[in-house]
Design a protein around this ligand. Structure first.
Ligand SMILES: Nc1nc2c(c(=O)[nH]1)N=C([C@H](O)[C@H](O)COP(=O)(O)OP(=O)(O)OP(=O)(O)O)CN2
Ligand SMILES: [Zn+2]
Length: 128
């Protein structure tokens, strides 16, 4: 399989309200988040140009990030416990129908931490 990825950035606030009150992350705070979208395809399913998918097709994900996540309170946007793990799964579920080649979503809250939701690649012709 061949895999491509593209990185996106946004700033947002959140609170991990399922944590005990003594935990620092139970207080509202913010992160400069990084999201990596990873898409995969079998060599036989590449476009004529040899793409898994044109990087430019991910512009609509960037627009969605800017409009939906950037400078928002993520608990209000997602309605779930906003751990990086849950965010990776939530973003994946919002986008897998639009990008059937999506195989992983990575979420970073700090330069040292990453969570990833990953699935097995599926045989879907590029652009599908
Ligand atoms: N498995 C997870 N653990 C934690 C998450 C998470 O989403 N998944 N989130 C947080 C906090 O939201 C925040 O990211 C704090 O991270 P942490 O690395 O603990 O804090 P610092 O950046 O301040 O790092 P230091 O090593 O303490 O300097 C917590 N845990
Ligand atoms: Zn946090």
């Amino acid at each position: 399989m061949l895999t491509i990825s593209k990185q996106f950035h946004f700033s947002a606030s959140h609170v991990l309200d399922k944590l005990p009150s003594w935990h620092k992350c139970a207080r509202m705070h913010g992160h400069n988040y990084v999201v990596v979208m990873e898409l995969s395809a079998h060599p036989d399913d590449l476009t004529e140009a040899g793409f898994v998918r044109d990087y430019g097709d991910l512009d609509r994900f960037k627009t969605w990030v800017d409009e939906t996540l950037d400078h928002r309170h993520l608990n209000e946007v997602m309605g779930i416990s906003t751990s990086a793990e849950n965010m990776a799964l939530w973003i994946f579920s919002q986008w897998v129908e639009r990008y059937p080649e999506l195989t992983a979503v990575w979420v970073s809250e700090t330069p040292r931490t990453w969570a990833v939701y990953r699935v097995e690649p599926r045989r879907t012709p590029a652009g599908g």
